[in-house]
Design a protein around this ligand. Structure first.
Ligand SMILES: Nc1ncnc2c1ncn2[C@@H]1O[C@H](COP(=O)(O)OP(=O)(O)OP(=O)(O)O)[C@@H](O)[C@H]1O
Length: 784
């Protein structure tokens, strides 16, 4: 039978399965060529198959192309196996299951074949190439509605299918990516206010997938109250901005109520025609740990900074303290490093070398030698010997001599890490030494001068001080006098020269041109003494002068008042004198005004004041007040060296006084020196006076045997004998008066009684006794 061939059909692809169409079908498809031609014009594949059977009656050109088979000639049938399974080919449902021939043929050509269906299949062509196609089948019925054929439309969906597969694969990959992503993904459709939140997004906040709505209200509700304003403002700004990128950081609430720090980044994925943002896609990155670490880091950093600050302050303080200590040292201190470079030097060091610190800090110590500033470097010696070195050093600029000690500081390896230099300026010491020597020399000269001056003055002032004891007394008196010291107590037995020393001090001090007033505290009754010392206002007491009287303290002005026999003061007057010494002021008796006094006070006594203090007859406080300095005059017995000198002086005096020219015999002087003179200076003086007066010969041969009593008239109490020599009337009267006073004093010592005995006033008695230096013979009267 002739086989119809379609134009363009491949000769070589004809198969045995192609058989002539049965007569019945030929009748059915009476004009087969016509239908074949129509079918070939279709843009999709057409298969008309014999129901039920496996033969395909019509297959158009497109179907042959799709199935990769040669075109079928009109009136020829082709077996479905050739079409679907080819030579070794395979057919699959799109679900990838391999389609078996029998199940395929029973499904496609079996008794249910008239049921309309549509499915996708994949054909594996003999070359291994696979193609997808969709098959849509339905039946063709006769007028009685009996199916006579089945028509299948076949479409090549390979390209679409492959795209689909690719898209599905991409989607899968995307899903994997989303699940694996650390950040949560969100997509926000702004006009609809709905969004997509990825599983990871849910996970970040502890929710199950799809639990969370993606609208703005929800997002806002999850924000930390403190961050809401800022976060919203940022979002609004991003929506208004032409920039497509958005970044914001805020805290969002998790399911457990805790807040997590979130870094939200997004891009605008769609804008409306007017540029309005319509869609955004972004991520939520949980940066809580990062923030926590950052905070920790910040805190740690702050703590570190504080610690560094604290340590810096501490170091600064320590450095300042060290600096202060170094600079307060009067010794120069230098610090050099292990190579002799000067690191530090204190103030004294700069002053000693005569250079500002910046001129030598950082330089080598040896350079100071090279620059001619110092004669040698002790540092160099220390570096060479690694031992402490002490040497003399000369500073040329300031002309100083130093004693320098360099001390090495060793590190753990025994190498020198520093050298500490300290210097003692011997210039000052040398100057000090010179000053001391000068002072000593001056002091010696002064002492000698003092001795010389005093010896000179002593003669002028009729003072004898040959003995060592008396020299010391005079030296001390001279010193105190020149220093203008007040409150000096002179101690010594009666007649040893206390009054003389007091006057001597006054005459040799700065007050010598001011008054020197002496009062014998034992000679006056208490009230009179008070009146004498402090003065009184008019009418202060009976017998007081009408005008009142100035006291001795005032009269002395800036001079000296000498209170002899201070130990004889009543306690009442002691108290007043104490007040006067302490406050340097007095009050007149009967007066109210306070008068300042400016005189120096010298006191003297021959009694044991310490004993009197014990006995409470002398105030202890007054004792210490008057006794700031004390001079004790040794008795004549202990200074026999003075006797000859004294005797000669008194002889000179009385020879002058009485116009005599008496001399001591050798024997007399010898005896005076050999034997202790029994009396005091006053007695010696009296004996010499007596000897001068009564010795008939020119030569005085004996003083020891001579009574110390003053010269008496042979007609005692009546008429004075005419003394030999040229003594005038006034002197004779004076002598006579003195003899009367002495005689009266033997009978009584009270000035009041003496006044009665001598038929005169008490004050005249006191005045006359004072005139003759006999006040010591008067005792104190308690009543005025
Ligand atoms: N060193 C002396 N050189 C010269 N004369 C002296 C010396 N010592 C005492 N006299 C004389 O001896 C006499 C008695 O001295 P003075 O009155 O000073 O003694 P006094 O210790 O004050 O006596 P009294 O305790 O009785 O008051 C005076 O005439 C005095 O000039």
């Amino acid at each position: 039978m002739e086989t119809l061939k379609l134009a363009g059909a491949a000769e070589g692809t004809q198969r045995k399965s192609r058989v002539p169409m049965p007569e019945l079908l030929k009748k059915t498809f009476r004009n087969t060529a016509f239908w074949q031609g129509v079918a070939d014009q279709m843009p999709f594949g057409i298969l008309i198959s014999e129901p039920p059977g496996t033969r395909i009656l019509v297959i158009n050109r497109e179907a042959c192309r799709i199935f990769g088979i040669a075109a079928v000639a009109p009136g020829e049938c082709v077996d479905f196996r050739e079409v679907f399974f080819g030579a070794g080919g395979k057919c699959f449902y799109a679900s990838k299951d391999v389609l078996r021939e029998d199940s395929f043929s029973s499904g496609f050509f079996g008794k249910n074949c008239y049921v309309a269906r549509a499915f996708d299949v994949q054909i594996q062509q003999p070359g291994g190439q696979k193609r997808y196609m969709s098959v849509t089948s339905s039946s063709i019925t006769d007028s009685n509605r009996n199916p006579i054929a089945m028509i299948s439309i076949v479409e090549d969906i390979n390209a679409r299918k492959e795209n689909e597969i690719k898209i599905r694969r991409d989607l899968k990959r995307l899903e994997y990516a989303l699940n694996a992503a650390v950040d949560g993904l969100w997509e926000w459709d702004i006009p609809k206010d709905s969004g997509y939140l990825s599983p990871r997004y849910h996970q970040i906040y502890g929710f199950e997938n799809n639990d969370l709505p993606g609208d703005i209200k929800f997002w806002h509700s999850m924000l930390h109250p403190d961050d809401r304003k800022e976060a919203l403002a940022r979002l609004v700004k991003a929506l208004k901005s032409p920039d497509d990128n958005y970044t914001s950081t805020y805290r969002m609430k998790s399911r457990d109520g805790k807040y997590r720090w979130i870094l939200s980044k997004a891009i605008v994925t769609r804008r409306g025609c007017d540029g309005t943002v319509e869609k955004m896609v972004g991520t939520h990155q949980d940066i809580s740990r990062q923030v926590m670490l950052e905070n920790h880091l910040k805190n740690a950093n702050q703590i570190l900074q504080q610690e560094v600050l604290h340590q810096t302050m501490h170091l600064k303080e320590a450095n300042q303290q060290l600096e202060t200590i170094l600079n307060s040292s009067s010794e120069s201190i230098w610090v050099c490093d292990g190579s002799g470079v000067i690191l530090k030097a204190n103030k004294a060091a700069s002053e000693t070398i005569g250079l500002d610190a910046e001129k030598f800090i950082g330089k080598k110590m040896i350079s100071l030698v090279e620059d001619g500033l110092i004669d040698r470097s002790i540092t160099v010696e220390v570096l060479a010997t690694k031992k402490q070195v002490t040497r003399m050093q000369k500073i040329f600029k300031t002309d100083k001599d130093l004693m320098v000690t360099g001390t090495p500081v060793l590190d753990e390896n025994g190498d020198i890490s520093m050298v500490i230099i300290n210097e003692v300026d011997l210039t000052t010491l040398n100057e000090l030494k010179r000053e001391i020597e000068d002072a000593q020399t001056k002091s010696r000269l002064f002492q000698e001068e003092l001795n010389q001056i005093s010896m000179l003055e002593l003669h002028e002032q009729n003072m004898v001080a040959t003995s060592e004891g008396m020299k010391q007394v005079v030296t001390m008196a001279m010193k105190l006098a020149r220093m203008d010291v007040s409150n000096i107590l002179i101690l010594g037995a009666s007649g040893t020269g206390k009054s003389l020393i007091a006057k001597f001090m006054h005459n040799n001090g700065p007050r010598k041109n001011k008054p020197f007033l002496q009062i014998n505290c034992a000679a006056l009754p208490e009230s009179l003494l008070e009146a004498e010392l402090f003065g009184y206002e008019k009418g202060a007491f009976t017998g007081a002068q009408d005008k009142g009287k100035i006291g001795l303290f005032e009269l002395a002005e800036d001079g000296t008042i000498f209170l002899d026999e201070i130990g004889e003061l009543s306690l009442n007057v002691q108290a007043k004198i104490l007040k006067c010494i302490e406050e340097k002021e007095i009050m007149h008796l009967g007066g109210l005004g306070v008068i300042k006094i400016h005189c120096n006070i010298i006191t003297a006594t021959n009694v044991d004041l310490v004993q009197k203090v014990h006995e409470k007859t002398f105030r202890e406080d007054l004792f210490y007040r008057i006794n700031i300095f004390s001079i004790t005059i040794p008795s004549l017995k202990t200074r026999s060296e003075d006797i000859i000198e004294l005797s000669l002086m008194f002889l000179r005096k009385y020879n002058e006084k009485y116009g005599m020219n008496k001399k001591f015999s050798q024997d007399c002087l010898h005896r005076l020196q050999q034997h202790d003179f029994p009396g005091n200076v006053r007695e010696l003086k009296n004996r010499i006076q007596k000897a001068v007066v009564i010795t008939d010969n020119e030569l005085i041969t004996d003083l020891i045997e001579l009574s110390s009593a003053p010269v008496e008239s042979k007609n005692s109490g009546k008429v004075a004998s005419f003394p030999a020599g040229s003594v005038g009337l006034a002197e004779m009267v004076d002598q006579f008066e003195k003899n009367i006073l002495l005689e009266a004093a033997r009978k009584c010592s009270s000035s009041r009684r003496l006044a009665a005995l001598l038929k005169t006033s008490q004050s005249t008695v006191v005045r006359r006794f004072r005139k003759h230096g006999l006040t010591h013979m008067l005792t104190r009267d308690r009543t005025v």
